[in-house]
Design a protein around this ligand. Structure first.
Ligand code: FAD
Length: 454
């Protein structure tokens, strides 16, 4: 009776507890991935994410085949597809690593109870977060709403478990079940093919992810603390899409970074880097406790925020990187071209949209969702709300990023701007589409009305 490993946000063989559990059963293993665009509440993937998923599934399928097994691709409602495959192949067990979004948890719970009712072993594991969200609680037994005490509490917990080794062999079934053809899923854009920049920038899949982790720790970690805020330097790990899709696990990243920690400047850099993983954890824990994170203000009083009527031309200018503000334009074009944007610039572009253009953060969040290769259901809305001021542990609303000052501090030689929006480095740079000082004042007035309503 074969075991099914249901892959989701964990497209890897190493440190995969669900796969480990299946191998321990000593029965043939069948990998399964379900493209679920249909279940209620599951957010359809954005375009850049679909591009990444194609590459990552192709790689995972090949790696499973090389080891003797198979990756079955099916499309539809996961709650129906998983039990149907169990029946079809006569599986005795299904294993998966947990997901933390509200709709996803509902699906997984339903699948688990249905399988168990049928006498099938169904077990889930922690593979995507260093700590399960229900294990980090304040003294008053509530979830943390502020990062610093959250992170302090996490560091007092037992160290994250050691990563599991990569299996050399994964025994497959005698007969391969039917699988969709990955190309038929049309995850890649055709006309227009906007993915050229993504192809030039990224190589999805577990081997490239592991190589990047090693390279970052060897070459860049030492300087991380000093250089991480400079968008031109490419000094950060660029592991975000690999973590998003689980091509590496946070346990692997954590333990390898701790090994590299050493002393002196290196130690500070390593601790800073680990605390960034902490923000990832905090985002996911927040989503676990507040599943509406992408659509609702975490702070309810923000529901009264007087967003002015949307000016579509402003939204379009922002999306296309034609706002006349150098760092914003450079960032938005980097995003469109590569599916990625440096964190500092994400903050500046998000602040500009929500506070200078006074456009509801949800519009920006949706654009990032569609264009980021690392877009995830927690980090994206969490960070948007953090910037907009409506979120957990949000930056105070009155802290409006001044994009000009940010440019002087973090790209003083205009290296980044020259790469992505060269007209801003020329003799006649474009004019901003809005007055930064006026719009800042308007935003603060609007915020005052929220405070009065609270
Ligand atoms: P590094 O500096 O090398 O950090 C290491 C890892 O820590 C990252 O790969 C990521 O997994 C995690 N991390 C770092 N910063 C954050 C953070 N602020 N929040 C959560 N995790 C973090 N990150 C995403 O992974 N997906 C998103 O959809 C996303 N949307 C964002 C939207 C906005 C408006 C902002 C301001 C930030 C967003 N971030 C998001 C966080 C951050 O910008 C990226 O994680 C980071 O730029 C990825 O680059 P890196 O891997 O080189 O980061």
């Amino acid at each position: 009776k074969p075991s099914i490993v249901w892959f989701r946000d964990d497209l890897r063989l190493a440190d995969n507890p669900a796969l480990r559990a299946a191998l321990d059963r000593d029965e043939p293993v069948i990998g399964l991935y379900v493209l679920d665009d249909e279940s209620d509440g599951v957010r359809p993937l954005g375009g850049a994410a679909r591009w990444w998923l194609h590459g990552s599934l192709a790689s995972l399928g090949e790696r499973l085949r090389e080891r003797g097994s198979v990756l079955v691709l099916r499309r539809g409602r996961a709650a129906e597809i998983v039990p149907a495959l169990v029946d079809e192949v006569g599986a005795g067990a299904v294993f998966w690593n947990r997901r933390y979004g509200g709709a996803e948890r509902d699906i997984d719970t339903a699948v688990k109870s249905r399988l168990r009712d049928d006498g099938i072993t169904a077990e889930s594991f922690g593979g995507s977060l260093l700590h399960e969200p229900w294990t980090v609680r304040t003294g008053g037994d509530t979830p943390y709403a502020v990062f610093t005490p959250f992170w302090r509490a996490v560091q007092k917990l037992p160290a994250p478990r050691a990563p599991l080794p990569e299996p050399r062999e994964v025994p497959g079934p005698g007969r391969h079940p039917r699988s969709d053809d990955l190309d038929d899923w049309r995850l890649l854009p055709t006309r227009p093919d906007w993915a050229g920049g993504l192809r030039d920038t990224w190589e999805p899949g577990e081997p490239a992810a592991r190589a990047r982790l090693r390279e970052f720790l060897r070459d860049d970690l030492g300087d991380y603390d000093r250089s991480r805020d400079e968008p031109s330097g490419e000094a950060t790990s660029r592991l975000s899409p690999r973590l998003r899709w689980g091509e590496v696990s946070p346990f692997q990243v954590w333990h390898e970074a701790v090994e590299h920690r050493g002393s002196g400047a290196h130690a500070e850099s390593a601790s800073r880097f680990l605390s960034e993983l902490g923000w990832r954890e905090f985002s996911w824990h927040t989503l676990f406790h507040f599943p509406e994170l992408a659509t609702k203000n975490w702070r309810g009083e923000f529901d009264t925020f007087p967003w002015p009527r949307l000016r579509p031309s402003h939204l379009r200018a922002w999306q296309q990187g034609r706002t006349g503000v150098a760092l914003v334009d450079a960032g938005m074009r980097e995003l469109w071209h590569t599916g990625y944007m440096h964190n500092r610039v994400r903050m500046v572009t998000a602040s500009f949209l929500s506070k200078n253009l006074l456009i509801d953060w949800r519009r920006g969040e949706q654009w990032f969702w569609d264009t980021l290769v690392d877009a995830d259901g927690a980090s994206n809305p969490f960070n948007w709300q953090w910037i907009a001021g409506s979120g957990a542990d949000a930056a105070p609303y009155f802290r409006v990023f001044n994009p000009q000052r940010q440019l002087e501090r973090f790209d003083p030689h205009l290296e980044y701007v020259r790469r992505w929006a060269p007209e801003h480095a020329g003799d006649e740079p474009p004019e901003p589409i809005v007055d930064l000082a006026d719009t800042r004042r308007q935003a603060l007035d609007a915020y005052d009305s929220v405070k009065r309503a609270a």
